[in-house]
Design a binder for this molecule. Structure first.
Ligand code: ATP
Length: 480
């Protein structure tokens, strides 16, 4: 893993953004807990997504479906049969890898070495293998023919490629043997499909319209060593947009643009974002693209946008025996709607924001670490410092804190030198630091220090809320 990635993992732990689950027991692999700063960052992202998708569109409504669903759901969705990863073990180190990712990394290396023709040939074989009936065998053959070595040990001693189902299984009822087998949902989308009529009718929506949901999903990821990029328990923010058959590709194009705009709206540098077309379309999709971010571990998917045809509703109709057709009162016809899905990982978004915000520069002759979050995602919007504990400055600072609390998450801090207090807030990504000094006693003004430029403005206390609001919405980064 890259140095920057390691730095972000350790900063996350030290500053209370994100740490390993159940750490005192040695940790639970690929599951993470969000501390005080992390949970605020996560809540801000969720709120901005909901704001954009639900409040920003009159034709999208929300849903919060249960994690445990009827087991037939997963037969209908195809997950019981085909939610598999092709995995291969390095016999020398007993390390497990995803076969398709090993080949992708090999292609990347070939391109970097200027071996363009060979890279293209391997790429074509990979695409063919991913679409083949014998995916495992074909992926294995590529690894053998290309003599791809295990990244960690350097060995060339592989087991065959095998498929592993990623769903977590448990039982309901008092006795495991007699209870019904159920699964923890591996995606939130199916909760939306099975509730198509339950949501549409009371919400009085007509096609085209969307249903949005934020919730936990679970996947028994075998190769899970990339911090919150690949977890076994994670959160998704998904929206399924139901459209008339034939119109799906226009809506797909529209949502693709809208979703990219949202990532930029979070303050992410545009040069670090790109679209990536799928090498292999799922059997149910007629278009699919990812939005990728350039993480320190490479360009990786943060969001998927998929045109899923009528596959899901049709399958639920077949498996449940319930009619999933929609009567279109405008065109006076009946059909099963097509679906355009936008599916973004909340944890991968948080990780993207941490990576994108991380910066080091100099302040007062010292090195500082600073997280340049967009003010609207920053865990703490403003910090309030009394310059001294004398002459009632802390009382004024507390009054300011009370005034700002209904509007923003703010923090009061009177401990340590001003330099130390600034450094702590820079590391938390707090965009505004407000200092109450002795002049405040005469002029009712305070100093507001900008995290990025470190410049200071003198602002009247009663103008602080407006100042923070203006400087938050108008924020942009210099180094795009
Ligand atoms: P990948 O190919 O990286 O495994 P995927 O294509 O299986 O991802 P989707 O099924 O499209 O992912 O899920 C939608 C989104 O959910 C992804 O874009 C990602 O942000 C998030 N996601 C999926 N799996 C995980 C995971 N194990 N940990 C964290 N986030 C995840």
């Amino acid at each position: 893993m890259s140095d920057l990635f390691d730095t972000i993992v350790s900063l996350s732990k030290q500053r209370g953004f994100i740490f390993q689950s159940s750490e005192i027991y040695g940790g639970q692999a690929a599951t993470y807990d969000y501390g005080p700063l992390g949970v605020e960052l996560k809540r801000n992202v969720k709120a901005l997504w909901w704001q954009e998708m639900v409040y920003g569109h009159g034709d999208i409504v929300g849903l919060d479906a249960a994690i445990m669903m009827h087991p037939k759901t997963w037969e209908a969705s195809g997950h019981t049969e085909a939610f598999n990863d092709p995995l291969i073990d390095d016999k020398a180190s007993n390390h497990r890898y995803r076969a398709d990712e090993l080949i992708e990394d090999h292609i990347r290396d070939l391109r970097q070495d200027g071996e363009m023709e060979q890279a293209e040939a391997v790429y074509e074989r990979l695409v063919a293998a991913l679409n083949s009936d014998d995916m495992a065998g074909d992926l294995y053959d590529i690894i053998q023919d290309e003599e791809i070595r295990a990244p960690r040990s350097g060995a060339f001693d592989w087991t065959p490629v095998r498929q592993f189902n990623l769903m977590f299984e448990t039982h309901v009822g008092p006795v495991a043997e007699t209870g019904d087998r159920i699964f923890l949902r591996p995606e939130t989308a199916q909760g939306i499909f099975v509730n198509f009529h339950n949501v549409r009718e009371p919400a009085r929506q007509h096609v085209p319209f969307g249903i949005a949901q934020i919730g936990k999903a679970f996947r028994n990821e075998i190769v899970a060593r990339q911090f919150v990029f690949r977890m076994r328990e994670f959160e998704q923010m998904e929206m399924q947009y139901f459209v008339k058959p034939g119109e799906q590709l226009d809506f797909f194009a529209e949502w693709r643009e809208k979703r990219m705009a949202w990532h930029k709206r979070l303050g992410v540098r545009p040069s670090k974002l790109r679209f990536h077309e799928h090498e292999q379309l799922s059997h149910y999709a007629d278009a699919a693209e990812d939005i990728q971010y350039e993480y320190p571990i490479g360009w990786k998917e943060v969001e998927g946008i998929h045109s899923r045809t009528d596959y899901d509703l049709k399958r639920h109709q077949e498996y449940s025996g319930k009619n999933m057709t929609y009567y279109d009162p405008f065109d006076q016809e009946k059909y099963i709607p097509y679906v355009v899905e936008t599916s973004v990982g909340l944890d991968r978004t948080v990780l993207m924001l941490l990576c994108d915000a991380y910066d080091e520069d100099e302040a007062d002759g010292d090195e500082r670490t600073v997280l340049r979050f967009h003010p609207e995602v920053a865990p703490i919007r403003a910090a309030i410092f009394p310059l001294s504990k004398k002459k009632g400055l802390p009382d004024i600072a507390h009054e300011i804190e009370d005034d700002l609390r209904p509007h923003f998450n703010v923090m009061y801090d009177e401990r340590g030198s001003m330099g130390k207090r600034y450094r702590r807030m820079d590391e938390a990504g707090t965009p505004f630091c407000i200092t109450v000094d002795f002049e405040t006693l005469d002029d009712q003004q305070v100093t507001v220090r900008d995290r990025d430029s470190m410049e200071q403005d003198r602002i009247a206390i009663d103008q602080l809320t407006a100042y923070i609001n203006d400087h938050s919405t108008g924020w942009s980064r210099d180094d795009v």
